[in-house]
Design a protein. Structure first.
Length: 317
């Protein structure tokens, strides 16, 4: 199937079918150029992920390229990933990033998992430029391993059209963001969507019967959120039309985690799983000021001890 045969005008993001067709056209064009002995046959052009921001049009984003010189190694890595993800996605399968690393490790092109993860994002950036719309990782059949959990006073429609209660036990959040974004809620007595930073806090709230004291959907990603958990939070807030809150530590990392849910992350700007409606709750500066004689700011305190992350968070925008 060619890209011309696909109706891309209605897609907000690249779908799997379009991603596979784009990779096939990309490889076909490279083979034709190689047959004519063009030195640039396998060069790749892509959206510059460092310059792209959420909500920015792809056509307005600067581009970058991998060329045979001086980017030979990264270029070879990217084509290796293209071959692997095309074979997987065209068969309708999905795999975790870590699994792809183990598949490609024997070839000797990759020294560490991060190189594989970076080239995955480069492949998405290549497709995004050619399609003029963001390409998420799941469109090429790559997902993160599941790590989030949820429980709440509601029920979900299962794939076999059976209703599954979320109230009796903790459920694992699927690792596929597309699946999370398409979850259908059957019945709900929830009044809030509550997202907590730490698994220990989540477990304590579950043990204390928090969801019965305050009917809600309780979610955790066990730390910094993966895309699947972000997709679930976005879907739940929008589908159930309920207020959503995030409970984190009062420090720079807690604020960064909250903003990851709220506005997304710089690394994954091509994947628009965020929820601007979320509110940050928990301990804040005014609570500390009320109980301490000396004004205390966790952000400034961390910056004083030389934390680059905290210093950046304290800088005025």
């Amino acid at each position: 199937m060619s890209m011309a045969e696909l109706d891309v005008g209605v897609e907000e993001r690249v779908c799997r079918e379009l991603a596979v067709a784009t990779l096939e056209e990309l490889a076909h064009e490279a083979r034709l150029r190689f047959a004519h002995s063009e030195r640039t046959a396998f060069d790749l052009h892509m959206v510059d992920r460092r310059e792209h921001t959420a909500g920015c049009l792809i056509e307005d984003t600067p581009t970058t390229s991998y060329r045979f010189e001086p980017d030979g190694r990264r270029l070879a890595q990217t084509w290796c990933v293209i071959d692997a993800v095309h074979a997987n996605a065209s068969a309708g399968n999905s795999m975790a990033q870590r699994e792809l690393w183990y598949r490609l490790k024997p070839f000797g092109l990759f020294e560490k998992p991060q190189e594989v993860f970076d080239r995955i994002m480069d492949v998405c950036a290549v497709i995004s430029l050619r399609c003029c719309m963001p390409c998420p990782r799941e469109a090429i059949g790559v997902i993160a391993a599941s790590r989030g959990s949820m429980i709440g006073t509601l029920s979900l429609w299962a794939s076999d059209e059976e209703v599954v209660s979320m109230e009796t036990r903790v459920h694992a959040i699927p690792g596929d963001p597309i699946k999370c974004s398409k979850m259908r809620f059957a019945e709900s007595r929830a009044r809030f969507i509550v997202v907590v930073e730490k698994d220990t806090v989540f477990t304590r709230l579950v043990d204390d019967g928090f969801i019965h004291a305050l009917p809600c959907l309780l979610i955790t990603a066990r730390g910094f959120p993966d895309l699947a958990t972000r997709a679930l939070v976005q879907n739940a807030v929008e589908s159930l039309r309920l207020p959503g809150v995030v409970l984190t530590d009062y420090n720079p990392h807690g604020m960064a985690l909250m903003l990851n849910y709220k506005v997304g992350s710089e690394r994954f700007t091509l994947e628009r799983y965020c929820c601007p409606q979320l509110r940050w709750i928990g301990l804040h500066a005014e609570h500390l000021e009320a109980s301490l004689t000396t004004r205390f700011c966790a952000f400034a305190a961390c910056a004083t001890f030389g934390s680059p992350f905290a210093t950046a968070m304290c800088c005025p925008i």
